[in-house]
Design a binder for this molecule. Structure first.
Ligand code: ZN
Ligand code: ZN
Length: 296
């Protein structure tokens, strides 16, 4: 494990990085879950959490099948996922998914509503299967929002303007004008809405933000190069806010064209742990990684 270190103070991001035209909401590619699965499998190679990432990849492959099929209610979607993944799922998850499927429709839909809002039971007999329920809801939301017209994003939306979902992570990519543009990827419908660079999504603060990435102990940052302002940035960073002490994962396609917000978030949970040790709480919500109660 290597320590985090700030790579570039917010002040060094040039004003020219911010586009003049306000960008619109981005739709995810139709094969979003297959791409996510492929990315997870590549990231799993040699990774300390390889088994976890491969299980997530298997879930994403099944999410793609759900997304491509007809619309299902949460119970039917969960049942399909649990059946298809049965050989790969740990016994504890299988048992918990049986308990989830035994709930009546009203109880399951109340639980789904809580989960979408990040307010889920952090222990108990259902907990181990909640990522599976989250995956089912995510595939369904991505399918249904794709069929609706795109909304006009408001400046500084902290929740998804398409479905009201929580933010998963922010994504940095090259906009139409050639400038870097920052988006926030929705944890449910997978659409992404624009967000200003260097601004805390949680509290709106734009001062005293720090960026952390995993860097080798012997890494010596190159001197600032204004022709290539992103050269020294990591593909996976957290933006940590000195005001609200929240930290949002930032995935950069400028650094790694194959990066994918959900997959790269899951492969960089070590960064959240280190940010947590430094006093910053995770802002992003990823249905495939639901923190439980801390052991006493
Ligand atoms: Zn959404
Ligand atoms: Zn903040």
């Amino acid at each position: 494990m290597t320590p985090t270190q700030p790579l570039l103070p917010a002040e060094q991001i040039r004003a020219g990085d911010i586009p003049l035209m306000s960008p619109s909401v981005l739709r995810p590619p139709t094969d979003i879950f297959s791409r996510r699965a492929d990315r997870l499998l590549r990231l799993a190679d040699g990774h300390a959490m390889a088994d976890f990432l491969r299980l997530c990849a298997a879930i994403c492959q099944q999410q793609q099948a759900l997304h491509d099929a007809s619309r299902l209610d949460p119970r039917a979607a969960l049942e399909k996922l649990a059946q298809a993944l049965q050989p790969q799922l740990p016994a504890q998850v299988l048992a918990a998914s049986g308990a989830l499927l035994a709930l009546d429709a009203a109880a399951l839909s109340r639980l789904a509503e809580r989960l979408i809002n990040g307010d889920y039971p952090v222990d108990g007999p259902l907990f181990a299967a909640l990522p599976l329920l989250g995956a089912a809801l995510q595939a369904q939301a991505t399918r249904s929002i794709r069929q609706r017209p795109l909304p006009e994003p408001q400046s500084q939306d902290s929740r998804c303007p398409c479905c009201g979902g929580l933010p998963l992570a922010s994504l940095l990519l090259r906009g139409d004008s050639g400038h870097a543009q920052r988006y926030v990827v929705c944890s449910m419908c997978s659409h992404a809405w624009p967000l200003g660079r260097v601004r805390c999504l949680s509290c709106g603060n734009s001062r005293g933000l720090s960026y952390y990435s995993l860097a080798a102990l012997d890494h010596v940052p190159a001197p600032p190069d204004h022709q290539q302002p992103h050269r020294e940035r990591g593909a996976r960073e957290v933006e940590a806010c000195g005001e609200c002490h929240g930290a949002l994962k930032q995935i950069s396609q400028l650094q790694d064209a194959d990066a994918e917000a959900c997959a790269d978030d899951l492969a960089s949970l070590a960064l959240d742990l280190l940010a947590g040790e430094a006093g910053f709480g995770r802002i992003g919500f990823n249905p495939l990684f639901l923190p439980g109660r801390e052991p006493a």
